[in-house]
Design a protein around this ligand. Structure first.
Ligand code: UDP
Ligand code: MG
Length: 335
């Protein structure tokens, strides 16, 4: 039995060594063979060089270097495509998904679950704004989405081969993996945890990335916003009808000139509603455009330690040496 652990990293030079050690310790305590697949999501720091160095010393570590930054969800997808394990665990590389929970995930898998999802009860270092928006986002999603989206859901989870093969057939670009996994069915278990603060560095999710991710979730799993535009349209239509009656009354009673406020306000109001409706439609049309192009989801610069596949890219050594000296323990060289 082989376990795969998939970790997307983007500019995590201060975290990689620590994470690697923590996972190695936990995994050697379990009686499974394992592979640790790092997907470098086009980092601009020395993450790639550190990963390559670790892979040189430890052949259980496999590294995929993406050609550029594709975002967390696509980096995860790439790792899942390469994973060979009977069960696959996905987790973040900043220690916010505690490696110490891996044995618990594995135990639930052994007891017969196909998918083990984790629920973040809280995040210790999350800003007030992030916790607040996240909480209400999930509440709203649950009202709108076609499938249940767990509040506090995260991309820290275990899937067995069967569930993974199904997931791999979902090839949409704007992906919201936790929604897709929720919709898969199979036997799913839930595990609650509290996410500790990041080990080092800052969140790699910019506000722009967060908004995009949130919209991906809504548009991929709900047509409610499209329908909302329709309902609001009907409502405004009704209101305009009343207004027309009023205008006619004003006209017939000979006070026609007084009506300009009403007209001004109604034009602005209805114009605004129309723009919102158009914006919503535009959002979905843009996503249709994105999908019909059928471009690859990601492309790879190099894959290291996958047998027979391309090895050793020439990376500038630069600052990497210092980090490697600090972070990769022991002089243990692979033969
Ligand atoms: N990440 C990635 N590509 C990105 C952004 C983030 O691969 O474009 C990785 C990041 O290195 C980390 C994980 O995704 O391992 C989660 O990101 P982060 O910790 O920044 O998100 P947060 O925990 O703040 O939501
Ligand atoms: Mg994090």
């Amino acid at each position: 039995m082989l376990l795969s652990i998939v970790v997307p990293v983007y500019n995590e030079e201060e975290n990689i060594g620590n994470f690697y050690q923590a996972v190695t310790t936990v995994m050697t305590g379990l009686s499974y063979e394992y592979e640790l697949i790092y997907v470098d999501d086009g980092s601009s720091d020395v993450s790639a060089a550190i990963l390559q160095e670790i892979a040189k010393r430890d052949e259980r570590v496999k590294v995929i270097l993406l050609a550029r930054n594709f975002g967390h969800q696509l980096a995860l997808t790439c790792g899942l495509d390469y994973a060979k394990g009977d069960a696959v665990i996905t987790m973040d590389g900043d220690m916010q998904h505690p490696p110490a929970l891996i044995p618990e995930l594995v135990r639930l898998w052994e007891s017969g679950y196909d998918v083990v999802r984790t629920i973040r009860d809280s995040t210790e270092d999350a800003s007030w704004a992030k916790s607040f928006t996240s909480k209400y986002y999930y509440k709203l999603m649950n009202k709108m989405a076609d499938v249940p989206i767990l509040e506090g859901g995260s991309d820290f989870r275990l899937m067995n081969r069967n569930a993974l093969e199904t997931l791999k057939q979902f090839r949409e670009h704007g992906r919201f993996l936790r929604g897709i996994v929720g919709a898969l069915g199979y036997r799913q278990a839930e595990l609650h945890f509290v996410a500790p603060p990041r080990f080092a560095g800052v969140s790699k999710f910019s506000v722009r990335k967060m908004i995009r991710f949130a919209l991906d979730g809504v548009t991929a799993f709900s047509r409610v916003p499209l329908r909302a535009a329709l309902y609001v349209g009907v409502l405004c239509g009704g209101l305009s009808f009343l207004l027309i009656l009023h205008l006619l009354y004003v006209y017939l009673t000979g006070q026609a000139l007084n009506g300009w406020t009403t007209i001004g306000v109604s034009i602005l109001f209805i114009g605004g509603i129309q723009l919102v409706g158009l914006g919503i439609i535009g959002e979905y049309v843009g996503r249709i455009f994105e999908e019909v192009k059928q471009r690859p989801l990601y492309w790879v610069k190099a894959a290291i330690n996958f047998d027979g596949e391309c090895e050793n890219v020439n990376l500038e050594p630069s600052r990497a040496d210092i980090f490697i000296a600090n972070q990769v323990a022991g002089p243990k060289e692979k033969d």
